[in-house]
Design a protein around this ligand. Sequence first.
Ligand code: F6R
Length: 591
Amino acid sequence: MCGIVGYVGEDRAKDILLTGLKNLEYRGYDSSGIAFMDNDIKIIKSVGKIKNLEDKLNYENVDDYKIGIAHTRWATHGEANLVNAHPHTVGRVTLVHNGIIENAKELKEELINEGINFNSETDTEVIAALINKYLDNDVIKTISKVMDLLKGSYSLGIIIEGVKDKIYIAKKDSPLVVGISDKGNFFASDITAINMFTNKFIFLDDNDVAEVTKDDVLFYSNGKKQEKSVNTINIDVNSKSKNGYPHYMLKEINEEPVVLEKTLKPYLEDFSSIPDLTAYGEIHIVACGSAMYAGMIGKTLFEEKANTRAICEVASEYRYKNNIYNNKTLVILISQSGETADTIAALKKAKELGQDTLAIVNVKTSTIAREADKAVFIEAGEEIAVATTKAYLLQVAVISLLALKLAYSKKLIDNIDTYLDEFKKIPRLVKNVIDRENEYKNISNEISNSNDVFFIGRKLDYAICLEGSLKLKEVSYIHSEAYQAGELKHGTISLISDGMPVFGILTDKELVEKSISNIIEVESRGAKTIIISKESLKQNKDLEICVPDVSSFTIGLLIVPVLQLIAYYTAVNRDCDVDKPKNLAKSVTVE
Ligand code: F6R
């Protein structure tokens, strides 16, 4: 994954690069580093979060530098230590890299045979060695030549000893944007790293190389000069504050009512603005992690309510599948960041194979938003906590609206106004749910000392379980699994032991009896069950949370905040780093 940022201009590079790195920390925080350039090149690196690098820089004499490249790392090749931290230098070349070089091993072996020594275990050092090997007066040509040798994905920021006042950048399959201003020019993995310094951006395309100086940015593709258009993008920079909440995760859950209102309002006011999917015989929903679990809710609604075959698949599998299109298919890509590498690859595949694509996406300037045939935006604003909450909920809201519209267009439901009224009430109902904080703290206290937790449910409830389970495990580090309630007894039930918490999600009237049987089965084996249901299906259990009765189009929007808050308070009880869980990154820009 990793994030890169660079600056050349008249201001203090240290301040700009540290700000950029802090805003890129969502892409990884295993280590970070900066290479400053003037007559010399000075490199400072640190292991762990950006704060550690900032502390280290306080003891370094780097305030006068006006040029630099910086990196925050999510380790792929080699452990998270100082040697593997970027920037990497070979000979005259120092660079930072986001991405993965797939043929690094072969290239490294060749270079070692030629007598090159490597310090780190990274694939990045191989790129530096190759550029250094082929370096001549035409740096753009050298970089292009090296790009022809590389397989994989990369965005690069490169400085060269003896080539003063210039930064070179290049990209393929990893995002890279240039920011321009009167006081200098920037590059970064995304605009949020630099949007406090400029609102003028130029997006690089695959295989682009550019030379960035204080007064100009020159773009090249395949050795030829390119003209690029400048985009003016204004982003709210105030969203960074925690608004008095102890964690971004809690702040973002509490923003759910407002962002739901903002996202839903235009569609509810003008139902015709929701894309009509009646032309498609089949819908494929492709995404990763929570976004994929939002898709699972969509799949269930498309099939159950709109009578349309739907497949929901993780993007890292989908991208390598063959023979997947029989009918006229719409491929829906769901992504908060719009930069998830596997989801981008799935989008490219669907387009190459001639399918229509629709993105449900938060970041409007992202690759997925720009490259899909159509995009429906969610209005989550910036989501900073690594574990998604508000963006997930909006993804569910939007895909549920798509399913509602399809069901209505296919004349499978007629009382559309009842459903639209329900959607209109959802922000208020979500607010009421979120406000019941003590109930969630109580449940969290019941599970905080457990080693394992299960979530069971059927159909839509199973889709909800998937997200509840992921949220709990990623922020609290408690092992957790979501299971289709009826499937548990085919093996997994052997894991149920005395006192083990099992969440039963009960929102489906048709299946409630069946799910209750499964709940009794685990209780008979000692499980401590916790029921999350809707009022009409209340079980009167000691540990139970009920939300208001709404249809299956919106019930997920009420149940998931409950599970998010239980995960949150459990993580707090266990003293976990709620906003930045270990080993994770907010945006997964590598395969
Ligand atoms: C979990 C989480 C991840 C993301 C996934 C996809 O809390 O945040 O599972 O949902 O990495 O990210 P996007 O939506 O940016 O494509």
